[in-house]
Write a protein that binds this ligand. Structure first.
Ligand SMILES: *Cc1c(COP(=O)(O)O)cnc(C)c1O
Length: 390
């Protein structure tokens, strides 16, 4: 029997479910992006955005997917042939490294096993072996969306400082911003890369760079070809409530509403909610007798959980059954993980009962697909969710 009626469960780790309030805000009539109404929106929006990044530094907004903000972060700060140090936490870190190579940078990748975050000691050791400071940037994905592993950015900052190395620190927070605690300024990050369609609860289409003073100084001596992604014209126009090209006006209405929702709940509560849902999901996975991909207790993601299937079982088949029977989308295994894992997104506009429904669908689907599990994962998760309300 195929699913019919009710709402689709979009439980991939981005794009995420968009709240009705945000959808209504986006459906406003399109305005003159050079008029006073839009200027007022920008003037209100930029200061409201800063706390989400944990900074008073400027934040540039692009009408693009997150990949554009990856490119912008490098193109604004690097010179042709500059060396960048990347850490292979998983699929997204690998894609960022490929992009850096296509920009003409010398990319050095510290290999990883796709079950751990970026290792601060490995980064520190590599930087210590670079006394001339040839490495111009360290690039790390905060929350690796292909594996459900969150890297410890403050420890990476400390590793760079311990090596007394001048490299910039560039961090991808596309699937962590507004879901997992993150502090651009306090953690000494130079460029924070973000996107709209994950924790920020918007549709795809906006991306962000938060820019430290040191990164802005690097921009002034950067040498890669730069036009559309150039920070400087954006920063200059933003002062007057404008953009140097047509911005995604309606998505910016949505962003204002999403920021209001985050402020109403309070960021600490938002982060705690994500941690609680992630812990309940892990409790379910373990009660089913399955394995969580993330192998370090300090690095479990609050945004998503990647679940390993026993050898011989196909995660794509499980996802197909769940989509057909229960109208729920789950994340696929990316890159070299293939069909050994599926990913449960539990980020953004999400609550206890959405999690209960999600895990129920997963449990039903695993059994229908013939995966040997103990049917007590949902109970384990409910137990944990209940405790939080006791
Ligand atoms: C989704 C995601 C990206 C890619 O963003 P696009 O909007 O698809 O370009 C990059 N990095 C991480 C960590 C992501 O989760």
């Amino acid at each position: 029997m195929a699913a019919s009626g009710g709402r689709h469960f979009l439980q991939i780790p981005g794009p995420t479910n968009v709240p009705d309030r945000v959808l209504r805000a986006i459906s406003a009539p399109t305005v003159d992006h050079r008029g006073p109404e839009f200027a007022a929106l920008v003037t209100e929006l930029l200061p409201a955005l800063a706390p989400v990044f944990g900074t008073d530094d400027p934040v540039v907004i692009y009408p693009s997917s997150g990949t554009g903000a990856w490119e912008a972060a490098l193109a604004n700060t690097m010179r042709p042939g500059d060396r960048v140090l990347m850490y292979e936490t998983g699929h997204f870190a690998s894609l960022w490294a490929q992009l850096a190579g296509r920009l003409g940078l010398q990319v050095e990748v510290i290999p990883g096993d796709w079950r751990h975050g970026a290792d601060p000691e490995a980064i520190s050791a590599r930087l210590a072996a670079d006394p001339a400071g040839a490495i111009r940037a360290v690039c790390v994905v905060h929350n690796e969306t292909s594996t459900g592993v969150t890297s410890r950015v403050p420890e990476i900052r400390a590793a760079i400082d311990a090596a007394e190395h001048p490299a910039l620190l560039l961090v991808d927070t596309i699937s962590s911003l507004a879901s997992i605690d993150y502090r651009h300024s306090e953690w000494g990050v130079d460029v924070t890369v973000a996107g709209s369609q994950k924790g920020l609860m918007l549709p795809p289409g906006l991306s962000f760079n938060a820019i430290s003073e040191k990164a802005l100084a690097a921009r002034r001596s950067a040498g890669l070809p730069l036009s559309y992604w150039d920070w400087l014209p954006v920063l200059e126009s933003n002062v007057k409530g404008a953009f140097p090209y047509t911005p995604a006006t309606n998505l910016l209405y949505g962003l204002r509403e999403a920021l209001r929702m985050l402020e109403e709940e309070g960021l600490p509560a938002v982060f705690a909610r994500h941690q609680r849902h992630a812990a309940a999901t892990r409790a379910a996975v373990r009660a089913w007798g399955l394995e969580v991909l993330c192998a370090d207790e300090r690095e479990h993601s609050g945004s998503l959980t990647a679940v390993l299937l026993p050898a011989g079982y196909d995660a794509d088949q499980v996802r197909r059954v769940i989509l057909e029977r229960f109208d729920m989308s789950l994340g696929s295994g990316l890159g070299r993980l293939g069909s050994t894992v599926f990913r449960i997104g539990h980020l953004g506009h999400f609550n206890d009962l959405s999690l209960a429904g999600t895990l129920s669908g997963v449990q039903l689907g695993l059994r229908l697909a013939g995966v040997p599990i103990k049917p007590c994962g949902v109970d384990a998760a409910l137990e944990l969710l209940g405790e939080a309300h006791a």
